[in-house]
Ligand binder design. Structure first.
Ligand SMILES: [Zn+2]
Ligand SMILES: [Zn+2]
Length: 156
């Protein structure tokens, strides 16, 4: 069970990266563009992608539960858990939709924020970087770690 959840979670980070790099910044750029350009509205066209992942998750859980909670159910559940984590990190923590959580108090959350800000530094379809969300280049964690150290020092 745990292994299924873990592998699904990992596979989803890869799927999200792939989707972001080749689909959202590819032929479905029209749906992702408003996330890079305006971001002023309550709902973004970009939110359609959350639905695209929610539907297979829902169907897997539905059919899996009808088969007595088979493997399908647990894969569907793993996708759901990843979706919730992605939403919490990307929409709420990084883009501050709904609530404000600051800029990250530990090297991991701060590093994720730095990496994704770097993704948004580029507002066009091409030339972007950091398409992953929860797994990013270690240099961002290092920078975040240094930032926090500097901050701690200046407080003394
Ligand atoms: Zn993007
Ligand atoms: Zn974003």
């Amino acid at each position: 069970m745990l292994v299924t959840w873990f592998l699904t979670f990992l596979a989803m980070e890869f799927a999200a990266w792939f989707m972001h790099k080749f689909v959202m910044h590819g032929f479905l750029w029209g749906l992702h563009q408003d996330h890079h350009v305006s971001r002023g509205t309550v709902f973004q066209r970009n939110d359609a992608f959350a639905l695209m992942f929610a539907i297979p998750s829902f169907l897997l859980m539905l059919f899996g539960s009808l088969e007595g909670y088979s493997l399908k159910f647990h894969i569907g559940l793993g996708i759901l858990v990843y979706g919730v984590a992605y939403t919490l990190v990307h929409e709420i923590f990084i883009h501050r939709r709904l609530v404000y959580f600051g800029t990250g108090k530990n090297w991991y959350s701060r590093g994720l924020r730095l990496a994704h800000m770097d993704h948004h530094f580029n507002t066009g379809k091409y030339g972007g970087k950091n398409f992953g969300m929860l797994v990013v280049h270690p240099k961002y964690f290092l920078n975040a770690f240094r930032d926090l150290k500097k901050k701690a020092k200046s407080r003394k």
